[in-house]
Design a protein around this ligand. Structure first.
Ligand code: G4P
Length: 193
């Protein structure tokens, strides 16, 4: 997605060897116009596939996911990392280890929001090691629902996430694919959309 790549080049900052800071439009402050465009493009990529739910994980997945859901005309559900006292009944969970943050969190979704008839599109802001998407896919399968694909805003193709998801039979669609960082410069590979 050309406008996204341009925005990453304009406002993204490379931190160390493998982190891209995009807090001015995606992970902290949110540019809703760009998110809306991202939502439309990802939704078009999965049009006519009978998607019934969009699932993401808090926090930074929520902004793009809500616009994908709007474009597809379906509900968006986000996995919670902290158990809420109101979540009492029938909780589906998965353990998600973050290599970046070096913490494991238990991701939860209330069972009542997913059913075996659901065809689910997973959305996330970053694909790095793929643990977040794998955890969500595990939860969706526990509900007996089908994962149709995984839509990603920014993929770091030099990390293992994409291959892990593909090896587990998941289709991956990324709007921007970063091949590598070279002396602080961002080098893109060919995006999926
Ligand atoms: P994974 O999400 O592919 O499993 O990879 P990893 O465990 O490495 O990522 C853990 C967290 O770090 C995720 O956020 C992910 O979005 C974020 N992350 C990974 N690489 C980058 C990067 O280059 N830049 C930025 N800004 N974030 C990155 P999270 O734990 O789900 O939390 P949240 O920040 O969305 O709340």
């Amino acid at each position: 997605m050309k406008t996204l790549e341009e925005r990453i080049l304009k406002d993204g900052n490379v931190i160390g060897q493998n982190i891209l800071k995009v807090d001015s439009f995606l992970t902290h402050q949110v540019d809703y116009q760009l998110m809306k465009e991202i939502g439309q493009v990802l939704a078009e990529g999965y049009a006519n596939q009978g998607i019934t739910k969009v699932v993401t994980i808090e926090a930074s997945g929520i902004a793009p996911a809500v616009y994908v859901a709007e474009s597809l005309g379906v509900p968006m559900i986000f996995g919670k990392k902290h158990k809420n006292i109101t979540m009492t009944e029938d909780i589906l969970t998965a353990e998600v280890y973050s290599f970046t943050k070096q913490v494991t969190s238990t991701v939860s979704i209330a069972g009542k929001f997913l059913s075996p008839e659901d065809k689910v599109l997973i959305i996330d802001d970053f694909l790095a090691n793929g643990q977040a998407a794998m955890g969500l896919a595990q939860i969706i399968k526990q509900a007996g629902a089908q994962v149709v694909g995984v839509g990603i805003v920014i993929e770091k193709s030099f990390q293992t996430g994409r291959q892990l998801l593909i090896d587990n039979g998941l289709k991956v669609t990324s709007l921007a694919r970063i091949d590598r960082f070279e002396n602080g410069q961002i080098i893109f590979g060919a995006a999926d959309l």
